[in-house]
Design a protein around this ligand. Structure first.
Ligand code: DUC
Ligand code: ZN
Ligand code: ZN
Length: 475
């Protein structure tokens, strides 16, 4: 056995498979031993603490160029410091193709934005917005081979959306080349039609955002995305699922044996459309797409987390400042809802919220918590077992939790660069206290203590969950 240079002693170690009491031995950034009474020069005493794999946040937006002139408040520096302070040690944001530019350009540009800034390890998903012959024939296949093995498809937003024909084209490449396709499922035409009607009636305040994207809009697109994936015979992952209607479509597909995966996010457990009704323009703070729904939907999302319908719990951190002409107030403090940047921040609060309300209240156990927030995203995007577990040979990305620490979430304790949190005032029990990335302590007593730029780019393997069943149309 390689002698550890650091041991985490006396903790309760949890993975997606087991919860055990043991020491964790670390050498040269990797886990080299799990056992009793391990020795090393450096020791962290974790008595009374939980020792978990660092979180893998597989859906967040950092320094993503926006088509409307808005600017994300978090780049790779503040975004990954915030991630680390919330117990997350791997992030997978999006290299987004701008229409008219190549996909390769998006990737090169995004590397330049991350390098020298990220403090935890990072991989990239692609966003394909311009399905040219070059993208289909050359760029996408070679990027998949180079370690960019997942991409997001939008069914809405004029500057990003693909039509069904284009979706089939890119799904076929995912099938042939082994990539994971993620889908933002909302029906663009329905949203445009409803927005037009609402605007004609003068109903343009932030809370009408929810009325412009009701559950049926998400349900239809979810079913269509699943059907297109069935036609091509390729797995698909539906991102940011908001409630019962879409969940039913996903469950239906899973019951039929389709490889359909799904993700949800804190905003669908902790916010409702009522939060968009806050005084004046304040509702803009909770505007995201799909919108938060109602209490029954929150319950449906909890049930789907409990019963295995969801595989992934991510933040969908989309950091726009509120009181800022480049953020939510891009078009002023009385802008119509359709012109307000979409998205809520949450990279740092993702894990504490789910831990407290999920594990603390007995809705999910610790193993399921690790599965949803770390192991599954690592598996589904080709990073497992390097990331997402505590096992011999894995990177020593570890979060030590104080399960009893009580914290009131307020924006001033967070490390993002956004001027609000939608979760202001929520009290949680359990907080990540110490965070190690590749064996290095980067958060001590809740404060970041690592070096800017220490995060490394991760090439993703072709994920096993992206394998087709081999039953459908093969073209
Ligand atoms: N989709 C996302 O994935 N994030 C923020 C807003 C959106 O529509
Ligand atoms: Zn989306
Ligand atoms: Zn997103």
């Amino acid at each position: 056995m390689t002698r550890p240079d650091l041991v985490i002693r006396n903790g309760t170690v949890a993975t997606a498979a087991d919860v055990i009491s043991c020491d964790v031995g670390i050498a040269e950034g990797r886990i080299v031993a799990l056992g009793e009474s391990l020795e090393a020069d450096q020791v962290i005493d974790a008595a009374g603490k939980l020792v978990l794999p660092g979180g893998v946040d597989s859906h967040l937006h950092l320094d993503q160029p926006m088509g409307d002139g808005s600017v994300m408040a978090d780049g790779f520096r503040s975004g990954t410091i915030s991630a680390a302070c919330g117990g997350t040690t791997t992030v997978i944001p999006f290299a987004c193709q701008v229409k008219g530019n190549t996909l390769r350009h998006a990737v090169q540009d995004y590397h330049a934005r991350a390098e020298g800034k990220a403090v935890v390890d990072y991989a990239f998903h692609l966003i394909i917005s311009d399905v040219t012959a070059q993208v289909l024939g050359q760029e996408l296949p070679s990027l998949i081979d180079e370690g960019y093995t997942s991409f997001k498809i939008y069914m809405t937003y004029d500057d990003l959306k693909l039509n069904d024909h284009q979706i089939l084209d890119v799904l076929s490449i995912a099938r042939r080349d082994g990539a994971m396709a993620m889908v933002h499922a909302e029906n663009s035409e329905c949203i445009a039609w409803l927005t037009e009607k609402l605007e004609l009636a003068g109903d343009t305040a932030p809370h009408f955002h929810a009325a412009s994207r009701p559950p049926v809009v998400e349900r239809e697109a979810t079913h269509r995305a699943i059907s297109l994936a069935e036609l091509v015979d390729v797995p698909v992952l539906i991102v940011h699922v908001s409630g019962q209607e879409a969940i039913e479509q996903i469950r239906w597909a899973q019951n039929r044996g389709f490889r359909v995966y799904a993700e949800t996010c804190p905003q669908y457990l902790f916010l409702t459309a009522e939060d968009l009704h806050k005084d004046g323009f304040e509702g803009a703070k909770c505007m995201c797409s799909p919108p938060p729904r109602d209490k029954d939907s929150q319950e449906a999302v909890w049930r789907a987390l409990e019963n295995g319908t969801f595989q992934v719990f991510s933040s969908d951190h989309a950091p726009f400042r509120y009181d800022d002409p480049k953020g939510k107030m891009l078009q002023g403090a009385d802008a119509k809802f359709a012109y307000i940047p979409n998205g809520v921040p949450g990279v740092e609060t993702r894990l504490p919220l789910l831990f407290s309300e999920g594990v603390g209240k007995g809705r999910i156990d610790l193993r399921r918590f690790v599965e949803l927030t770390s192991a599954n995203p690592a598996r589904i995007y080709g990073l497992y077992p390097k990331k997402g577990t505590i096992a011999i040979g894995a990177d020593a990305d570890i979060t030590i939790w104080d399960p009893d620490k009580e914290v009131e979430i307020t924006n001033d304790i967070l490390h993002h660069n956004v001027d609000y949190t939608p979760y202001e005032g929520i009290r949680v029990r359990g907080w990540p206290e110490t965070v190690l990335s590749r064996g290095e302590v980067i958060v001590r007593d809740g404060e970041f203590c690592g070096a800017e730029g220490r995060g490394k780019f991760l090439k993703c393997e072709k994920p096993d969950p992206a394998r087709p069943k081999g039953t459908g149309t093969t073209l």
